[in-house]
Design a protein around this ligand. Structure first.
Ligand SMILES: NC(=O)c1ccc[n+]([C@@H]2O[C@H](COP(=O)([O-])OP(=O)(O)OC[C@H]3O[C@@H](n4cnc5c(N)ncnc54)[C@H](OP(=O)(O)O)[C@@H]3O)[C@@H](O)[C@H]2O)c1
Length: 242
């Protein structure tokens, strides 16, 4: 696949894995649209990426159908859609402390969001286009406090398999990351972030936690490999083995 002929929408591209993917795709010559809710965060990301001409930004909350529909009206041409979006603030709680509103934001960002991106975005994709979403290790190695995220990740993987059938020949895949050092950890571990990640690094066969680029690599593979669809690619340093 000639990346310099591809245009890729990356929802979540203002932070973490999505930002690493944007950097990777731009370096390969692709046109990139990074999207997220926060305009200031998008602008900061654009600055970090060096404000290249091939980069556009778009403010959107993918939990809103009106906003998703409007987004695709604004974008003229698109080959691939990726979403790394997740809003897990307040969702890592033991059951007695879980508030439905926080759980709903996880569902909106990681399940309804991908569903809406597929509904409104797939009609714009060419036959060799793709959609790639991001689930996560919590579905396979759930921990106390992680029930909502575990369930939504599992649901997303089911959605991916069904969409791969319904939207064929457009390909639909997921990457399931293990623990990756990104800003999302502020919501999971707060000021214990560094200690928590260091302890996990010692347990993992890979001997370290993930870097955003590790996941960007995996998404890049799924964008480019025309014979992979309905798949969940695990990039987790061996965490499911220990
Ligand atoms: N980091 C890990 O250890 C880990 C492990 C397993 C799975 N994952 C999964 O990997 C994915 C990427 O995580 P990350 O660590 O890169 O997260 P991150 O750094 O927190 O980035 C999340 C991005 O999603 C955007 N976003 C959140 N809610 C949105 C919404 N409703 N609509 C549009 N954009 C939205 C955020 O921007 P705004 O806030 O401005 O909207 C931000 O750009 C997520 O699905 C996460 O659940 C992460």
């Amino acid at each position: 696949m000639d990346m310099d002929k591809q245009k890729i929408l990356i929802v979540g591209g203002s932070s973490g894995m999505g930002l690493a993917l944007a950097r990777r795709c731009l370096a390969e010559g692709a046109g990139v649209v990074i999207a997220g809710r926060g305009e200031a965060k998008l602008d900061a990301a654009r600055g970090e990426l060096g404000r290249p001409a091939a980069l556009e930004t778009a403010a959107v909350d993918i939990g809103s159908e009106d906003q998703v529909a409007a987004l695709f009206q604004r974008i003229d041409r698109l080959d691939h859609i990726v979403s790394t979006a997740a809003d897990i603030e307040g969702a890592y709680r033991l059951l007695p402390e879980i508030e439905l509103e926080a759980a709903q934001r996880v569902v909106e960002s990681k399940f309804y969001g991908p569903l809406l991106l597929a509904k409104h975005g797939a009609p714009q994709l060419p036959a060799n286009g793709s959609l790639t979403f991001v689930s996560g290790i919590a579905a396979y190695r759930p921990a106390a406090r992680g029930a909502v995220v575990a369930a939504v990740n599992a649901a997303l993987e089911g959605l991916v398999r069904a969409l791969a059938v319904e939207l064929a020949p457009i390909r639909v895949n997921a990457v399931s990351p293990g623990w990756v050092d990104t800003p999302i950890w502020e919501f999971v571990a707060g000021d214990k972030k560094d200690d928590t990640l260091a302890a996990m690094a010692k347990r993992l066969p890979a001997g370290r936690v993930g870097r955003p680029q590790d996941i960007a690599d995996a998404i890049r593979f799924l964008i480019g490999n025309g014979f992979t669809t309905g798949e969940t690619l695990h990039v987790e340093g061996g965490q499911r083995l220990v």
